[in-house]
Ligand binder design. Structure first.
Ligand SMILES: Nc1ncnc2c1ncn2[C@@H]1O[C@H](COP(=O)(O)OP(=O)(O)O)[C@@H](O)[C@H]1O
Ligand SMILES: [Mg+2]
Length: 260
């Protein structure tokens, strides 16, 4: 089977209720994502996007329903997962190099092997030469690149990104999107990314998922639309000026406005 057609993430009837306050956040979400795909998730604030991402990463167990990563539950699959949040969450007392090395230290990987991997990742994200900088000595975009390098250094099969560029200015954000595509193309990894930028969602993805509630009043939410983005790859900035790009953007915007 073509690798790109192989189901990698499978969600069967996922529902989630937060027990502390009884909020029914997610309802009956079923979804298949193929290996190596780049999928983006959009939806209004508070709808449940991060909740779904945490379930995918095995950080949260759904109240009901099954999650399969490569045919196994996230807890059993041992499929390495990399996660990047809006704030880079770097350790301020560690250099860029030491931050990226952390997941390898935790796995007990020896110095020589880890050194090669850390340097390769910093090079991949364009930060060779900044190994010894501390987070406070890096721009927001550079810090987020370190966070991406750290998430990728143990070669995850799944990369989860929760509004990773949300705290960056618009120009840096566009550049980071382009960089992320380059990194994804150089690495066989399935990407699931939450973003509130429609432009970013369309530019990056093979498929845009829209989360909303069928009756349009918040909870519980489900995936209301699944919009394929048939733009050719590799994608350059200029693809944004094509009518096809604008058509996709309009489709996503309409889907968010008419969630049901
Ligand atoms: N630990 C929690 N306990 C109770 N409610 C929560 C918890 N985490 C999130 N929620 C609620 O779940 C809903 C969805 O949150 P979230 O998934 O963070 O939304 P989004 O990422 O789309 O902005 C919100 O109403 C939020 O208040
Ligand atoms: Mg969120």
């Amino acid at each position: 089977m073509d690798e790109k057609q192989r189901p990698f993430i499978q969600l069967d009837n996922i529902s989630h209720i937060f027990e502390d306050d009884g909020t029914h956040v997610l309802d009956n979400i079923s979804l298949t994502i193929c290996a190596g795909a780049f999928v983006t998730l959009v939806g209004s604030s508070g709808v449940g996007k991060s909740t779904l991402l945490r379930i995918l990463g095995g950080l949260l167990l759904p109240t009901t329903g099954d999650v399969w990563l490569n045919g196994r539950s996230p807890l059993e699959s041992h499929a390495p997962v990399g996660i990047v949040f809006q704030r880079d969450n770097l350790m301020p007392w560690r250099t860029a190099y030491e931050n990226v090395r952390l997941p390898l230290e935790l796995k007990g990987i020896k110095d020589a092997e880890s050194d090669e991997k850390v340097r390769a990742m910093l090079d991949l994200v364009g930060l060779s030469g900044f190994e010894q900088n501390y987070p406070s000595q890096l721009s927001g975009g550079m810090a987020q690149r370190v966070a991406i390098a750290r998430a990728l250094v143990h070669r995850p099969t799944l990369l989860l990104l929760d509004e990773p560029f949300g705290a960056l200015d618009a120009l840096t954000r566009e550049r980071m999107g382009q960089e992320l595509l380059r990194i994804w193309q150089a690495n066989p990894v399935t990407v699931f990314m939450v973003t509130h930028s429609i432009d970013e969602a369309v530019f990056l993805a093979d498929d845009v998922l829209v989360m909303g509630s069928p009756d349009n009043n918040g909870h519980p939410a489900t995936i209301t639309h699944h919009i394929p983005i048939p733009l050719p790859r590799p994608r350059a900035f200029a693809v944004r000026q094509t009518t096809e790009f604008m058509r996709c953007e309009t489709a996503v915007r309409d889907a968010i406005q008419n969630e049901g």
